[in-house]
Design a protein around this ligand. Structure first.
Ligand code: 3PG
Ligand code: MG
Length: 419
């Protein structure tokens, strides 16, 4: 597992972002909202610990200052209160390993007597993890009384859960009001994520190439519309590309298509033309006779796919064209794979795009890779350390690039801006 890595750190806006690094947590209880919503297999092994590893420097800084750490997080989407499957006790051992074998205390509840006592008795240098916040419905409802109870556990509130920053929940946003401005801040993950996303969104050097992939146009409409205001080129790959081909009377066989998004696709192409943004669709595709790794495979122009066949990856011409555009970019945002890369036969396009992003980054472009699948791809193909920044955010990153205000960021950033 590779993953979270900031290859070329750039200067944060120091007046706004350095609060955490310049704070001293000696004898303070730091209540840190992290996103430990990690994937677990049937035996509760963590299959991708990127989000956990990302928070270690934040935790370590507080401990090094002789402060104590109280971690709170959600895991999954429990519907019925406490559920074994969603207990955060499953991550205690791994957290302890990541902290070099340090003991990690655990409270079987995030509020109530046990949590209060364990938090109160915490000594400098100790770490306590609270049970899943979502075992209480009040968390997702953003309940004030619940947020206030959580707030009482610590002296300082640190939000380091970028992955959950798009949720206006009790622990991510509402809780901030119970801390004075000097006692609430972002942690290092949040600082890094926000700085990276802002660099792309507001300080991008041109050419700015956005690579957007994935299965559905409907998931990506808002981000595409917003990128039309920012990007020089937009590369579209993955299943969503075939809705665009169909919109212009292409024959797409039985490729994935959203018939109710055909007008949207036409509209996006028209807007791009008006704004002088180049949209690049894959001229050719790797096609298959069924959605499976053992399918029969061929290649075809993307707008003349024979009946009974479907596009599952971009083709050789597309790879060449996309790679050239990516190598000339100064700023790159990549969200979504180019094909069904979990099947070996259809991973070539995504792998080559990952390679082009890595090479361009090594040549000086700034690249941000975000969204579960594209992050999994750079990890799988060994390029995570060769791009500028790998985000820990899925939905949160998408919403950021849709131009939305993320509640988890706003709850703290507004204070920082007026401070
Ligand atoms: C995520 O993985 O998207 C975050 O941890 C937030 O979880 P959620 O989508 O269940 O709110
Ligand atoms: Mg989500």
């Amino acid at each position: 597992m590779k993953g979270f890595h900031q290859r070329k750190p750039f200067l944060l806006n120091l007046t706004r972002m350095s609060k955490f690094s310049s704070s001293n947590f000696k004898n303070k209880k730091a209540l840190i909202r992290v996103d430990f919503n990690v994937p677990l297999d049937d035996k509760y092994n963590i299959t991708d610990d990127t989000r956990m590893r990302a928070t270690i420097p934040t935790i370590q800084k507080v401990l090094n200052d002789s402060g104590s750490v109280i971690l709170m997080s959600h895991l999954g989407r429990p519907k019925e209160g406490p559920t074994e499957k969603y207990s955060l006790k499953h991550v205690v051992k791994h957290l302890s390993d990541l902290l070099g074998g340090k003991t990690v205390l655990f409270a079987n509840d995030c509020i109530g007597e046990e949590a209060v006592n364990k938090a109160a008795n915490l000594k400098p240098g100790e770490v306590l993890l609270l049970e899943n916040l979502r075992f209480y419905k009040q968390e997702e409802k953003g309940d004030e009384a619940f947020a206030e109870k959580l707030s009482k556990l610590g002296d300082v509130y640190i939000n380091d859960a970028f992955g959950t920053a798009h949720r206006a929940h009790a622990s991510t946003a509402v809780i901030a009001k119970f801390f004075s401005p000097e006692n609430k801040m972002f942690g290092l993950v949040m600082e890094g994520e926000v700085a990276s996303a802002e660099k792309i969104m507001h300080k991008s050097e041109k050419p700015f190439v956005a690579i957007i992939g994935g299965a559905k146009v409907s998931d990506k409409i808002l981000i595409l519309e917003n990128l039309l205001e920012k990007a020089t080129d937009i590369i579209i790959g993955g299943g969503m590309a075939y809705t665009f081909f169909k919109a212009f009377d292409g024959q797409i066989g039985k490729s994935l298509v959203e018939d109710d998004r055909i007008e949207t696709a036409k509209d996006l192409m028209k807007k791009a033309e008006e704004k002088g943004v180049c949209i690049h669709l894959p001229p050719d595709s790797i096609i298959a006779d069924k959605f499976a790794n053992d399918a029969n495979v061929s290649s075809s122009l993307s707008n003349t796919i024979p009946d009974g066949w479907m596009g599952l990856d971009i083709g050789a011409m597309a790879i060449e064209q996309f790679s050239k555009i990516i190598r000339e970019a100064k700023t790159i945002l990549w969200n979504g794979p180019m094909g069904v890369f979990e099947f070996e036969k259809f991973q070539h396009g995504t792998k080559e795009v990952a390679c082009a992003v890595a090479e361009s980054s090594q040549d000086g472009a700034y690249s941000l890779v975000g969204g579960g699948d594209s992050v999994a791809a750079v990890n799988q193909f060994g390029y995570a350390n060769k791009v500028s920044y790998v985000s820990t955010g899925g939905g949160a990153l998408l919403e950021y690039f849709e131009g939305k205000t993320l509640p988890g960021i706003a709850a703290i950033q507004e204070e920082l801006q007026t401070a």
